[in-house]
Design a protein around this ligand. Structure first.
Ligand code: SF4
Length: 440
């Protein structure tokens, strides 16, 4: 039996490096001319309010354009690029339109005759993945002949790494994404992600590691210029090698363990042929989890500030992307109003399954799911409800004020602007090139 081939290539030059990755991995060999090709980049998040760090967060337009040119060179004329980014207002098309314009996709459209689609404006259809799981996927990608999957080579604070398999979650509608963050302890997020590839046509994956990130997947990650590409037409193999490049054995990445088990594959890379660079020579450890106190009460940084009287329990797998993005805004907002006087034994529960801690006076139930799970919990002395899904900035600020934590309402309302403040980290660092996110 032939072993799946994974190519590891250093990104050195436009066109040539992606070409080498395709050639070494023999990734497009089985694609017949006339095939309808769907390119799925990763635009995990977007705001049109400010310039924000895209390095290690969003697929570079450099690799996307290289891929389009190489597909055209091989005679493929039916090319679509599509994404369904996480947006504060998913139904408003202006933000994805701004993303496509900024990333140069409209130039690609004119220059190469490709199509660009925002999943949120397109039809979805139900796919039965077996074992009682039915999810809604974008129809365009499902009915393409071939998917070129171009995620970023990055870690993920919940599922360790987010590579080719996880990038497919972006083709789900919002409700199905929420379902993936299931409260079922067996059919959890990792289990659900591992099943996503079943819905898709054959694919070629190229992990864009020009920039790699720790504690992803968002703009607050720690990013390194790594200049790497990892490519294969075997989705699981490319992810296993990508995880290794980020410093993780497959056995440390639960969704890859599920996927390997389903396919009867070993998790030690013994059945994978790696070509190009040696994996050991390009691997480096990338942390994935945000550091919290041992009991999960607070992020370490907030504990070091001496914050008392507040338990904002560490997120779990059931917290879905929208509530998770809000948490990233709220925690700094809380830190900013700490004046050294202990708050009134407040705790914040998030996700779908958390239970109240002992002896707390006030419990903020953050989001519809956790509200429904705990609204009648007799161990809670005072419930402060944030019932939205996802919660609105007004509901959030109101709840914290009620709990005696005077977060600045306007900073939460302007959450679309917050990513801009992270640009400071990149000032004076020429290795972070904005031109990688445009098409000239
Ligand atoms: S309330 Fe939050 S965790 Fe629950 S489904 Fe909505 S966004 Fe997800």
């Amino acid at each position: 039996m032939k072993h799946p081939v994974v190519a590891i290539v250093r990104y050195e030059k436009p066109m040539e490096s992606v070409r080498r990755a395709i050639d070494l991995s023999r990734g497009l060999q089985h694609l017949s001319p006339g095939s309808r090709v769907f390119i799925k980049p990763n635009i995990v998040f977007w705001t049109k309010e400010v310039r924000f760090p895209k390095w290690g967060v969003i697929t570079t337009s450099r690799v996307v354009e290289d891929m389009v040119i190489l597909l055209k060179e091989r005679g493929f004329d039916h090319i679509t690029i599509g994404e369904g980014s996480v947006l504060t207002k998913p139904k408003y098309p202006e933000t994805p339109a701004h993303a496509f314009e900024t990333l140069g996709y409209n130039v690609l459209k004119k220059r190469y005759g490709i199509r660009c689609i925002n999943f949120h404006e397109r039809p979805y259809e139900k796919v039965d993945l077996g074992e009682g799981i039915t999810l809604n996927f974008n129809s365009d990608i499902l009915h393409s002949d071939f998917v070129v999957n171009i995620p970023v080579l990055k870690t993920h604070s919940q599922v360790v790494v987010t590579l080719g398999i996880k990038n497919l979650k972006g083709a789900l509608d919002i409700r199905s994404r929420q379902i993936c963050h299931s409260a079922d302890p067996v059919k959890d997020l990792n289990y659900m992600i591992a099943r996503l590839p079943k819905a898709f046509p054959p694919s070629f994956t190229i992990l864009d590691g020009i920039y790699t990130s720790e504690r992803g997947p968002g703009f607050d990650a720690e990013v390194t210029r790594s200049n790497l590409l990892v490519a294969s037409s075997d989705l699981l193999s490319v992810d296993m090698v990508g995880a290794k490049v980020l410093g993780y054995e497959t056995s440390q990445v639960p969704h890859l363990v599920h996927a390997a088990r389903d396919r009867g594959r070993p998790t030690d890379l013994s059945d994978v042929e790696i070509v190009g660079e040696a994996v050991e020579s390009v691997s480096s450890h990338h942390e994935y989890s945000f550091p919290y106190t041992e009991d999960g009460r607070l992020p370490i940084g907030m504990e070091r500030m001496g914050i008392q009287g507040l338990s904002y329990w560490k997120y779990d797998l059931t917290l879905c992307t929208y509530c998770s993005s809000l948490t990233r805004v709220i925690l700094p907002a809380i830190a900013r109003v700490w004046k050294g006087k202990a708050w009134d034994d407040v705790e914040v529960l998030t996700g779908k399954t958390m239970k109240p801690g002992k002896g707390k006076k006030k419990t903020i139930l953050f989001g519809k799911c956790i509200y429904q799970a705990n609204r009648d919990n007799p161990h809670i002395r005072e419930v402060i409800a944030v019932k939205g899904c996802p919660p609105s900035s007004k509901q959030i600020a109101g709840a914290f004020h009620k709990a005696g934590i005077p977060v600045d309402t306007s900073s939460i309302e302007k959450m679309d602007k917050i990513p801009g403040s992270y640009m400071r980290k990149y000032e004076g660092r020429p290795e972070f090139e904005e031109t990688h996110f445009t098409v000239s």
